[in-house]
Design a protein around this ligand. Structure first.
Ligand SMILES: Cc1ncc(COP(=O)(O)O)c(C=O)c1O
Length: 447
């Protein structure tokens, strides 16, 4: 069913905006081998993004660490690529910890920020050698202390603060009475003020610093300015109340944006907004390690999804193009109306050229699912001319929050993932799943 889709006028693409790391001839070879839909990842882009984000903060007067939020893409090949860059890993669950351990990442390079914060969970985290933990509630802190006492380690404990600032982004993580972190003051026990006091006197936990995370795909950076101003005032108050108060690590979370539809500021421009304030905090309150978290920016532009056009139809002036992808493999297209740039893959061989190539203005790109929301918003830089049955369509910048949300709606299988290595070779890094596999997973063999 295709309902609710808006009329989209396809404009000319801006070639510089898209990372075309695989030539059409190679796309043809890869789909002949692996079929469609097919995710492709570029190792070089992953390295380049890690470097770009780190160097954006080069004007900070102190050590800078970039932490990759593996929730954005936990493909082991991606984790291993970032291990080569020496990144820290931002983890949120024991499942993610399992992945990191299987990849043999150093637990010293982990920052663990849980939402559930259970004692049993923390025992496993500490037993695995992780030392840096972010707590988000008084209960969580108590559970961590109990776990520390059982395991016999003294974790470096950071407090996740909710600075309660307005964030102009689709995904906001800081808002009044929100689920993440604690306010500066508030609740009977759940406040950063009370937790700092408690941590300063704890033999089981060592106070390390603060963490906040404001949201994702943030292009208006005033929220960072406001949050840092509030942190400044709070730290001044803490120092007055506890002379030994010292922040060793300050983590300003994720949010670095990527290109989908409109140009976005670069990490360097983003850093320019608040590096002065971060330096002033270091001058006023003592030097600290700055931690920058990122999921989206580090992985989004490294990946594309190749799909095949399986059907087309026309309604008056409109053309509906149906591909063998859907929101089951690009969830944010439905959830956040993400405008992934799309492009019809040029034909390699002129004899394969489609016959009807007249540009069609009102093209709607629809997925294979029988669901109203399975219609892909079209980016301003998309080029869907030549959308004919049998041609391939590439979706660009899909590396973040897509693979991790793959779901079997309509008994759909997971596509394979192929990585283009830095040496130019392609290698399969995730096998696609099969109907047999899915049937088993859903309990078919138990019946
Ligand atoms: C605590 C935390 N840090 C970092 C991130 C990564 O955010 P982004 O992918 O926008 O950089 C998230 C995403 O949800 C998060 O929850």
């Amino acid at each position: 069913m295709v309902e609710n889709s808006q009329v989209q006028v396809v404009e000319k693409p801006t070639p510089a905006a898209l990372n075309r790391f695989v030539k059409p001839v190679d796309i043809n070879k890869l789909v002949a081998q692996y079929g469609t839909p097919l995710y492709l990842i570029d190792e070089d882009t992953l390295h380049a993004k890690a470097k770009e984000l780190h160097s954006a903060y080069s004007k900070f007067n102190g050590p800078v660490k970039v932490a990759y939020s593996i929730k954005a893409n936990f493909t082991p090949a991606v984790i291993k690529t970032f291990m080569k860059d020496g990144l820290t890993f931002d983890l949120t669950s024991l499942g993610e910890l399992y992945f990191i351990r299987q990849c043999k990442a150093d637990p010293e390079n982990v920052i663990y920020t849980s939402v559930t914060e259970e004692q049993e969970e923390y025992i496993e985290v500490l037993q695995s050698g992780v030392r840096r933990v972010v707590v988000s509630s008084f209960n969580g802190m108590t559970n961590l202390a109990a776990a520390a006492s059982k395991v016999g380690s003294r974790p470096l404990t950071m407090i996740r603060v909710n600075p309660e600032v307005g964030v102009k982004a689709e995904v906001r993580a800081s808002y009044r009475n929100g689920k993440f972190g604690v306010p500066f003051n508030g609740g009977t026990i759940d406040s950063a003020t009370k937790m700092v006091k408690h941590l300063m006197g704890s033999d089981l936990l060592k106070f390390e610093g603060f963490h906040f995370h404001l949201g994702s795909q943030i292009t208006d950076f005033s929220c960072y300015t406001h949050a840092l101003d509030k942190m400044d005032a709070f730290m001044t108050k803490m120092k007055k109340e506890n002379p030994a108060f010292q922040v060793n690590t300050f983590d300003i979370g994720g949010g670095t944006p990527v290109f989908y539809n409109d140009p976005v500021p670069t990490p360097a421009q983003m850093a320019e907004n608040h590096v002065g304030k971060l330096n002033q905090l270091a001058e006023t309150h003592g030097t600290y390690t700055l931690m920058i978290e990122s999921g989206r920016f580090l992985v989004a532009e490294s990946s594309m999804l190749v799909s095949r056009i399986v059907n087309t139809k026309e309604y008056n002036e409109h053309k509906i193009v149906i591909v063998d992808a859907g929101y089951h493999i690009l969830l944010d297209a439905a959830l956040l109306k993400q405008e992934y740039p799309q492009e019809v893959v040029p034909v390699v061989n002129s004899k394969d050229k489609a016959t009807s190539l007249a540009p069609v203005k009102n093209t709607h790109l629809a997925g294979r699912l029988c669901d109203t929301y399975d219609v892909f918003p079209i980016s301003k830089v998309s080029d869907l001319n030549e959308s004919e049955v049998g041609r391939y369509i590439s979706f660009y910048n899909v590396g973040a929050y897509s693979v991790v949300f793959n779901m079997p709606f309509h008994c759909q299988t997971k596509p394979p993932i192929v990585m283009k290595n830095s040496d130019g070779d392609f290698r399969l890094v995730r096998k696609g799943t099969t109907y047999e596999h899915l049937f088993r997973e859903e309990g078919g063999e138990l019946e």
